[in-house]
Design a protein around this ligand. Structure first.
Ligand code: AQP
Length: 369
Protein backbone atom coordinates (compact mmCIF):
# COMPACT_ATOMS: atom_id res chain seq x y z
CA UNK A 1 0.00 0.00 0.00
CA UNK A 2 1.35 3.43 -0.88
CA UNK A 3 2.12 5.86 1.93
CA UNK A 4 -0.16 8.86 2.35
CA UNK A 5 2.49 11.27 1.23
CA UNK A 6 2.32 9.60 -2.18
CA UNK A 7 -1.43 10.20 -2.34
CA UNK A 8 -1.35 13.83 -1.36
CA UNK A 9 0.21 15.96 -4.03
CA UNK A 10 1.83 19.00 -2.49
CA UNK A 11 0.58 22.23 -4.01
CA UNK A 12 1.15 25.83 -3.38
CA UNK A 13 -2.18 26.44 -1.65
CA UNK A 14 -2.09 30.15 -2.49
CA UNK A 15 -1.92 29.43 -6.21
CA UNK A 16 -4.92 27.13 -6.27
CA UNK A 17 -7.46 29.18 -4.34
CA UNK A 18 -9.40 32.23 -5.24
CA UNK A 19 -11.48 34.35 -2.97
CA UNK A 20 -14.23 35.58 -5.29
CA UNK A 21 -13.93 39.31 -5.88
CA UNK A 22 -16.73 41.82 -6.23
CA UNK A 23 -19.13 40.04 -3.90
CA UNK A 24 -20.21 42.85 -1.64
CA UNK A 25 -21.69 40.69 1.13
CA UNK A 26 -18.31 39.16 1.82
CA UNK A 27 -16.56 42.49 2.15
CA UNK A 28 -14.58 42.51 5.38
CA UNK A 29 -13.58 46.17 5.03
CA UNK A 30 -15.97 47.38 7.72
CA UNK A 31 -14.64 44.82 10.16
CA UNK A 32 -12.50 46.53 12.83
CA UNK A 33 -11.12 43.37 14.44
CA UNK A 34 -8.38 41.20 12.92
CA UNK A 35 -9.41 37.59 13.49
CA UNK A 36 -6.94 34.70 13.60
CA UNK A 37 -7.15 32.67 10.38
CA UNK A 38 -9.27 29.56 10.88
CA UNK A 39 -10.78 27.26 8.27
CA UNK A 40 -13.91 25.19 8.81
CA UNK A 41 -15.56 22.77 6.45
CA UNK A 42 -18.35 20.24 6.71
CA UNK A 43 -19.54 17.28 4.73
CA UNK A 44 -22.82 15.40 4.94
CA UNK A 45 -22.94 11.68 5.73
CA UNK A 46 -25.52 11.15 2.98
CA UNK A 47 -23.71 8.33 1.20
CA UNK A 48 -20.34 7.11 0.03
CA UNK A 49 -18.03 9.95 -1.05
CA UNK A 50 -17.45 10.40 -4.76
CA UNK A 51 -14.56 11.97 -6.62
CA UNK A 52 -16.44 15.32 -6.71
CA UNK A 53 -16.39 15.41 -2.91
CA UNK A 54 -12.77 14.23 -2.98
CA UNK A 55 -11.34 16.79 -5.42
CA UNK A 56 -13.78 19.57 -4.49
CA UNK A 57 -13.34 19.23 -0.75
CA UNK A 58 -11.37 16.44 0.94
CA UNK A 59 -8.14 16.62 -1.06
CA UNK A 60 -8.10 20.38 -0.51
CA UNK A 61 -8.49 19.94 3.23
CA UNK A 62 -5.52 17.57 3.27
CA UNK A 63 -3.45 20.06 1.27
CA UNK A 64 -4.38 22.85 3.68
CA UNK A 65 -3.58 20.64 6.65
CA UNK A 66 -0.16 19.85 5.15
CA UNK A 67 0.56 23.52 4.58
CA UNK A 68 0.00 24.20 8.29
CA UNK A 69 -3.43 25.84 8.16
CA UNK A 70 -5.70 25.75 11.21
CA UNK A 71 -8.50 23.51 9.90
CA UNK A 72 -11.45 21.84 11.63
CA UNK A 73 -13.87 19.47 9.89
CA UNK A 74 -17.31 18.29 10.88
CA UNK A 75 -19.64 15.57 9.67
CA UNK A 76 -22.89 17.42 9.06
CA UNK A 77 -25.32 14.76 10.30
CA UNK A 78 -27.97 17.32 11.29
CA UNK A 79 -27.91 18.63 7.72
CA UNK A 80 -28.31 15.15 6.30
CA UNK A 81 -31.67 14.85 8.11
CA UNK A 82 -33.21 17.56 5.94
CA UNK A 83 -33.97 14.97 3.26
CA UNK A 84 -35.66 11.57 3.86
CA UNK A 85 -33.21 9.09 5.49
CA UNK A 86 -32.96 5.80 7.40
CA UNK A 87 -31.36 5.96 10.90
CA UNK A 88 -29.37 2.71 10.46
CA UNK A 89 -28.03 3.92 7.12
CA UNK A 90 -27.11 7.31 8.60
CA UNK A 91 -25.13 5.59 11.37
CA UNK A 92 -23.31 3.49 8.78
CA UNK A 93 -22.63 6.54 6.62
CA UNK A 94 -21.07 8.35 9.60
CA UNK A 95 -18.55 5.53 10.10
CA UNK A 96 -17.93 5.27 6.39
CA UNK A 97 -17.31 9.00 6.06
CA UNK A 98 -14.96 9.07 9.07
CA UNK A 99 -13.00 6.12 7.62
CA UNK A 100 -12.87 7.83 4.21
CA UNK A 101 -11.53 11.11 5.58
CA UNK A 102 -8.79 9.26 7.45
CA UNK A 103 -7.97 7.13 4.41
CA UNK A 104 -7.71 10.28 2.26
CA UNK A 105 -5.08 11.72 4.61
CA UNK A 106 -6.87 13.75 7.28
CA UNK A 107 -4.60 13.56 10.32
CA UNK A 108 -6.77 14.23 13.34
CA UNK A 109 -3.79 15.31 15.42
CA UNK A 110 -3.62 18.33 13.11
CA UNK A 111 -7.21 18.51 11.86
CA UNK A 112 -9.92 17.50 14.33
CA UNK A 113 -13.05 15.83 12.93
CA UNK A 114 -16.27 16.11 14.94
CA UNK A 115 -19.83 14.98 14.49
CA UNK A 116 -22.12 18.01 14.32
CA UNK A 117 -24.88 16.50 16.52
CA UNK A 118 -22.41 15.91 19.38
CA UNK A 119 -22.18 19.69 19.80
CA UNK A 120 -25.74 20.74 20.70
CA UNK A 121 -24.79 24.42 20.60
CA UNK A 122 -24.90 24.29 16.78
CA UNK A 123 -28.69 23.84 16.88
CA UNK A 124 -28.96 26.46 19.63
CA UNK A 125 -27.05 29.09 17.65
CA UNK A 126 -29.10 28.16 14.57
CA UNK A 127 -32.24 29.20 16.46
CA UNK A 128 -30.72 32.52 17.53
CA UNK A 129 -29.58 33.28 13.98
CA UNK A 130 -32.96 32.28 12.57
CA UNK A 131 -34.41 35.15 14.59
CA UNK A 132 -32.18 37.48 12.54
CA UNK A 133 -32.92 35.93 9.15
CA UNK A 134 -35.91 36.69 6.94
CA UNK A 135 -37.93 33.99 5.18
CA UNK A 136 -37.64 35.98 1.95
CA UNK A 137 -33.85 35.69 2.01
CA UNK A 138 -33.96 31.92 2.62
CA UNK A 139 -36.55 31.30 -0.07
CA UNK A 140 -34.21 32.71 -2.75
CA UNK A 141 -31.39 30.25 -2.11
CA UNK A 142 -30.90 27.86 -5.05
CA UNK A 143 -30.23 24.71 -3.03
CA UNK A 144 -33.65 25.00 -1.35
CA UNK A 145 -35.33 25.45 -4.71
CA UNK A 146 -33.51 22.43 -6.20
CA UNK A 147 -33.90 20.05 -3.26
CA UNK A 148 -37.52 20.98 -2.47
CA UNK A 149 -38.41 20.09 -6.07
CA UNK A 150 -37.25 16.50 -5.36
CA UNK A 151 -39.64 15.80 -2.44
CA UNK A 152 -43.39 15.78 -1.92
CA UNK A 153 -43.38 17.10 1.64
CA UNK A 154 -40.99 19.98 2.22
CA UNK A 155 -39.86 20.05 5.83
CA UNK A 156 -38.89 23.23 7.65
CA UNK A 157 -35.40 21.77 8.22
CA UNK A 158 -34.67 21.96 4.49
CA UNK A 159 -35.68 25.62 4.47
CA UNK A 160 -33.56 26.34 7.57
CA UNK A 161 -30.52 24.42 6.30
CA UNK A 162 -28.48 27.55 5.40
CA UNK A 163 -29.09 29.07 8.86
CA UNK A 164 -27.69 25.94 10.49
CA UNK A 165 -24.78 26.16 8.07
CA UNK A 166 -24.19 29.75 9.19
CA UNK A 167 -24.30 28.59 12.83
CA UNK A 168 -21.71 25.87 12.09
CA UNK A 169 -19.32 28.46 10.69
CA UNK A 170 -19.90 31.27 13.18
CA UNK A 171 -19.76 28.95 16.20
CA UNK A 172 -16.11 28.23 15.48
CA UNK A 173 -15.29 31.81 14.47
CA UNK A 174 -13.99 30.59 11.14
CA UNK A 175 -12.49 33.20 8.83
CA UNK A 176 -12.33 31.04 5.68
CA UNK A 177 -14.55 28.33 4.25
CA UNK A 178 -13.44 26.18 1.32
CA UNK A 179 -16.39 25.38 -0.92
CA UNK A 180 -17.64 24.45 -4.35
CA UNK A 181 -19.36 27.04 -6.54
CA UNK A 182 -22.72 25.59 -5.48
CA UNK A 183 -22.18 26.78 -1.91
CA UNK A 184 -21.40 30.46 -2.58
CA UNK A 185 -24.83 31.91 -1.96
CA UNK A 186 -25.20 29.99 1.28
CA UNK A 187 -21.89 31.35 2.50
CA UNK A 188 -23.06 34.80 1.53
CA UNK A 189 -25.95 34.29 3.95
CA UNK A 190 -23.52 33.26 6.73
CA UNK A 191 -21.50 36.43 6.15
CA UNK A 192 -24.70 38.48 6.12
CA UNK A 193 -25.89 36.99 9.43
CA UNK A 194 -22.49 37.62 11.05
CA UNK A 195 -22.78 41.26 9.99
CA UNK A 196 -26.35 41.60 11.25
CA UNK A 197 -25.40 40.04 14.60
CA UNK A 198 -22.26 42.20 14.96
CA UNK A 199 -24.17 45.38 14.12
CA UNK A 200 -27.01 44.64 16.52
CA UNK A 201 -25.10 43.13 19.45
CA UNK A 202 -21.44 44.11 19.02
CA UNK A 203 -18.46 42.59 17.21
CA UNK A 204 -18.68 38.84 17.86
CA UNK A 205 -18.07 36.98 14.60
CA UNK A 206 -15.56 37.24 11.75
CA UNK A 207 -17.00 37.87 8.27
CA UNK A 208 -16.03 34.70 6.43
CA UNK A 209 -14.36 34.51 3.07
CA UNK A 210 -15.13 31.60 0.74
CA UNK A 211 -12.23 29.76 -0.90
CA UNK A 212 -13.02 28.36 -4.33
CA UNK A 213 -10.70 26.08 -6.30
CA UNK A 214 -9.40 27.70 -9.47
CA UNK A 215 -9.40 24.46 -11.43
CA UNK A 216 -12.13 21.98 -12.43
CA UNK A 217 -12.39 20.68 -8.84
CA UNK A 218 -15.17 23.14 -7.97
CA UNK A 219 -17.71 21.20 -10.04
CA UNK A 220 -17.03 17.62 -11.09
CA UNK A 221 -19.89 16.66 -13.35
CA UNK A 222 -22.09 13.58 -13.55
CA UNK A 223 -20.78 10.88 -15.89
CA UNK A 224 -24.32 10.28 -17.15
CA UNK A 225 -25.45 13.90 -17.52
CA UNK A 226 -22.63 16.47 -17.63
CA UNK A 227 -25.10 19.33 -17.14
CA UNK A 228 -25.38 18.18 -13.48
CA UNK A 229 -22.69 17.84 -10.79
CA UNK A 230 -21.75 14.43 -9.38
CA UNK A 231 -23.84 13.91 -6.27
CA UNK A 232 -23.98 11.24 -3.56
CA UNK A 233 -27.75 11.21 -3.80
CA UNK A 234 -28.04 10.98 -7.61
CA UNK A 235 -30.27 7.92 -8.20
CA UNK A 236 -27.89 6.64 -10.89
CA UNK A 237 -24.81 5.00 -9.36
CA UNK A 238 -23.22 5.16 -12.82
CA UNK A 239 -23.21 8.96 -12.56
CA UNK A 240 -20.35 9.06 -10.06
CA UNK A 241 -17.09 7.33 -9.20
CA UNK A 242 -17.15 6.57 -5.49
CA UNK A 243 -14.08 6.26 -3.29
CA UNK A 244 -14.90 2.58 -2.65
CA UNK A 245 -15.37 1.57 -6.29
CA UNK A 246 -13.41 -1.52 -7.31
CA UNK A 247 -11.02 -1.19 -10.27
CA UNK A 248 -13.59 -3.08 -12.39
CA UNK A 249 -16.36 -0.65 -11.44
CA UNK A 250 -14.16 2.38 -12.22
CA UNK A 251 -13.27 0.99 -15.66
CA UNK A 252 -16.93 0.25 -16.43
CA UNK A 253 -18.20 3.67 -15.35
CA UNK A 254 -15.54 5.57 -17.30
CA UNK A 255 -16.14 3.42 -20.38
CA UNK A 256 -19.86 4.26 -20.22
CA UNK A 257 -19.35 7.97 -19.45
CA UNK A 258 -21.31 10.22 -21.83
CA UNK A 259 -19.13 12.05 -24.37
CA UNK A 260 -20.13 13.17 -27.90
CA UNK A 261 -19.65 12.24 -31.56
CA UNK A 262 -16.23 13.92 -31.93
CA UNK A 263 -13.39 11.48 -31.31
CA UNK A 264 -10.64 14.01 -30.48
CA UNK A 265 -9.69 14.70 -26.86
CA UNK A 266 -10.13 18.43 -26.26
CA UNK A 267 -10.99 20.68 -23.33
CA UNK A 268 -13.97 22.88 -24.11
CA UNK A 269 -16.39 22.71 -21.14
CA UNK A 270 -19.02 24.83 -22.84
CA UNK A 271 -19.30 23.00 -26.15
CA UNK A 272 -18.01 19.55 -25.13
CA UNK A 273 -19.04 19.16 -21.47
CA UNK A 274 -18.77 15.35 -21.35
CA UNK A 275 -15.22 14.89 -22.61
CA UNK A 276 -14.09 18.10 -20.87
CA UNK A 277 -15.36 16.71 -17.56
CA UNK A 278 -13.20 13.63 -18.09
CA UNK A 279 -10.19 15.76 -19.01
CA UNK A 280 -10.82 17.98 -15.95
CA UNK A 281 -10.94 14.92 -13.67
CA UNK A 282 -7.80 13.53 -15.31
CA UNK A 283 -5.96 16.82 -14.81
CA UNK A 284 -6.80 16.64 -11.10
CA UNK A 285 -5.68 13.03 -10.86
CA UNK A 286 -2.32 13.84 -12.50
CA UNK A 287 -1.99 17.32 -10.95
CA UNK A 288 -1.43 18.95 -14.36
CA UNK A 289 -3.49 21.36 -16.48
CA UNK A 290 -6.34 20.14 -18.74
CA UNK A 291 -4.32 21.35 -21.76
CA UNK A 292 -1.41 19.10 -20.76
CA UNK A 293 -3.80 16.13 -20.66
CA UNK A 294 -5.05 17.02 -24.17
CA UNK A 295 -1.47 17.36 -25.45
CA UNK A 296 -0.56 13.95 -24.01
CA UNK A 297 -3.66 12.38 -25.60
CA UNK A 298 -3.27 13.73 -29.16
CA UNK A 299 -2.88 10.24 -30.63
CA UNK A 300 -5.94 8.84 -28.85
CA UNK A 301 -9.62 8.80 -29.71
CA UNK A 302 -12.04 9.25 -26.80
CA UNK A 303 -12.59 5.47 -26.50
CA UNK A 304 -8.86 4.77 -26.04
CA UNK A 305 -8.44 7.88 -23.91
CA UNK A 306 -11.06 6.57 -21.46
CA UNK A 307 -8.92 3.45 -20.89
CA UNK A 308 -5.93 5.63 -19.91
CA UNK A 309 -8.03 7.77 -17.59
CA UNK A 310 -9.59 4.70 -15.95
CA UNK A 311 -6.16 3.23 -15.16
CA UNK A 312 -4.92 6.52 -13.69
CA UNK A 313 -8.04 6.75 -11.54
CA UNK A 314 -7.56 3.16 -10.34
CA UNK A 315 -3.95 3.95 -9.34
CA UNK A 316 -5.13 6.93 -7.30
CA UNK A 317 -8.24 5.43 -5.73
CA UNK A 318 -7.38 1.82 -5.06
CA UNK A 319 -4.94 2.48 -2.17
CA UNK A 320 -7.57 4.76 -0.62
CA UNK A 321 -10.26 2.09 -1.00
CA UNK A 322 -8.08 -0.47 0.79
CA UNK A 323 -7.38 1.96 3.62
CA UNK A 324 -11.10 2.73 4.02
CA UNK A 325 -11.77 -0.99 4.36
CA UNK A 326 -9.04 -1.28 7.03
CA UNK A 327 -10.39 1.65 9.05
CA UNK A 328 -13.94 0.29 8.87
CA UNK A 329 -12.79 -2.89 10.62
CA UNK A 330 -11.92 -0.82 13.70
CA UNK A 331 -15.08 0.99 14.81
CA UNK A 332 -13.65 1.66 18.29
CA UNK A 333 -10.88 3.69 16.71
CA UNK A 334 -13.39 5.63 14.60
CA UNK A 335 -15.41 6.35 17.76
CA UNK A 336 -12.26 7.62 19.49
CA UNK A 337 -11.51 9.95 16.57
CA UNK A 338 -14.99 11.50 16.77
CA UNK A 339 -14.77 11.74 20.55
CA UNK A 340 -11.47 13.62 20.41
CA UNK A 341 -12.92 15.94 17.78
CA UNK A 342 -16.00 16.53 19.91
CA UNK A 343 -13.82 17.51 22.89
CA UNK A 344 -11.96 20.11 20.82
CA UNK A 345 -15.14 21.53 19.24
CA UNK A 346 -17.02 21.60 22.56
CA UNK A 347 -14.50 24.01 24.10
CA UNK A 348 -14.97 26.57 21.34
CA UNK A 349 -18.75 26.06 21.27
CA UNK A 350 -19.10 26.63 25.01
CA UNK A 351 -17.04 29.83 24.87
CA UNK A 352 -18.91 31.17 21.84
CA UNK A 353 -22.35 30.48 23.29
CA UNK A 354 -21.41 32.07 26.60
CA UNK A 355 -20.43 35.21 24.71
CA UNK A 356 -23.48 35.10 22.42
CA UNK A 357 -25.92 34.68 25.33
CA UNK A 358 -24.36 37.51 27.22
CA UNK A 359 -24.61 39.77 24.14
CA UNK A 360 -28.23 38.95 23.32
CA UNK A 361 -29.40 39.40 26.92
CA UNK A 362 -30.23 35.85 28.05
CA UNK A 363 -27.32 35.14 30.36
CA UNK A 364 -29.41 35.59 33.48
CA UNK A 365 -28.39 32.41 35.35
CA UNK A 366 -24.85 32.30 34.05
CA UNK A 367 -23.23 32.70 37.44
CA UNK A 368 -25.70 30.54 39.43
CA UNK A 369 -24.95 26.94 40.33
N1 AQP B 1 -19.59 17.39 -7.99
C1 AQP B 1 -18.86 18.10 -7.14
N2 AQP B 1 -17.72 18.70 -7.56
C2 AQP B 1 -16.93 19.39 -6.69
N3 AQP B 1 -17.20 19.52 -5.39
C3 AQP B 1 -18.31 18.92 -4.92
N4 AQP B 1 -18.85 18.84 -3.69
C4 AQP B 1 -19.99 18.11 -3.74
N5 AQP B 1 -20.22 17.71 -5.00
C5 AQP B 1 -19.19 18.19 -5.75
C6 AQP B 1 -18.25 19.44 -2.51
O1 AQP B 1 -18.18 18.42 -1.50
C7 AQP B 1 -18.35 19.04 -0.22
C8 AQP B 1 -19.28 18.27 0.64
O2 AQP B 1 -20.55 18.28 0.14
P1 AQP B 1 -21.78 17.83 1.03
O3 AQP B 1 -21.73 16.39 1.30
O4 AQP B 1 -21.90 18.68 2.23
O5 AQP B 1 -23.05 18.18 0.17
P2 AQP B 1 -23.23 18.37 -1.35
O6 AQP B 1 -22.46 19.53 -1.88
O7 AQP B 1 -24.71 18.43 -1.53
O8 AQP B 1 -22.61 17.02 -1.92
P3 AQP B 1 -23.34 15.91 -2.73
O9 AQP B 1 -22.34 14.86 -3.04
O10 AQP B 1 -24.10 16.48 -3.86
O11 AQP B 1 -24.31 15.30 -1.63
P4 AQP B 1 -25.89 15.17 -1.65
O12 AQP B 1 -26.23 14.34 -2.83
O13 AQP B 1 -26.20 14.50 -0.35
O14 AQP B 1 -26.49 16.55 -1.71
C9 AQP B 1 -18.76 20.49 -0.46
O15 AQP B 1 -17.62 21.32 -0.24
C10 AQP B 1 -19.17 20.52 -1.90
O16 AQP B 1 -18.93 21.79 -2.51
Amino acid sequence: MRGLSALVKPINACQKWIVPAGITHFSTKAQPKQWPRKIISGIQPTGVLHIGNYFGAVQRWVQMQESGENVIIFLADLHSMTMPYEPAQLRENIYELTATLLACGIDTKKTPIFLQSTIPQHAELCWILSCLCTMLRLSHLPQFKEKSAEVKDIYTGLFMYPVLQAADILMHKATHVPCGEDQLQQLQLAAHLAKVFNTKFGETFPIIEPMIGQDASGRIRSLRDPSKKQSKSDPSDQSRIIMRDSPAAIRKKIKRAITDFTSEVTYDPENRPGVSNLVGIHALVKNVSPQEICDQSKELDTGKYKLVLAEDLVSLLDPIRLKIEDYLKNRDYLDSVLKEGRDVAAQTAEATMKEVKSRIGVNILQNCR
